[in-house]
Design a protein around this ligand. Sequence first.
Ligand SMILES: [Zn+2]
Length: 233
Amino acid sequence: MNIEGILKYQKLDGELYKVEQKISNSPYKKKANELSAVAKKSQSKSTELEAEAEKLLAEINDLKSKFSMNKAKLDEMLKNDTSKLSAEDIEKLSNVKGKIVSNLNILEKLLQKAAENINQILAEFNRTIKTFNDAKAQYAVCKQKIDEENQQLSPERERLTKELKALEKGVDGELLAEYKKKRQDNIFPVIVPLENGSFCGYCRIELPKVATSRIKEKGVITCEHCKRFIYQK
Ligand SMILES: [Zn+2]
């Protein structure tokens, strides 16, 4: 097998790899990923708060209707003429009135607490929306920078891709296809020399005798550990 062809190809591909690394290691890219996570988190937080507010509003409505029911009952009682009632009945009536008034007091306190809670939720909702909008705005700035960087590196990338294409005919077709697959999995370098007769030139794992003896026969073998091609210098 012609190893020289693939080695020459890989040498040039290394330059392309550097360009690609520069793009994917861009601090703007990292920042953009962080901002996107922040935006996503605040979005789900706002959905949560909306659900909480909805539940609380239903509770408030329930309390309000209980309050007006009790209030109507009390008003009705106050209208009653008690002059003809026995002392026992007046006593009973007064007990019921007392219960209703105490109910009304409890309900009023609960309503007050619910109103405070809903204000807190609203304030948190506003903060969350602000966080979301800030992240979105900053993301747009990062995206612009990333696009600029991409554009800047684009001519070099195109040149290298073209030159690589020209080198392809000097490489065994099957080997090249496998090389490209590994490269796509972000493996680089893809092909490394055998070191000291039995070690992978990349991850330094010791290869079994049966594997190293196959290098001569097949030209390259694959390291079981780091998945790189190994050739003999
Ligand atoms: Zn290895």
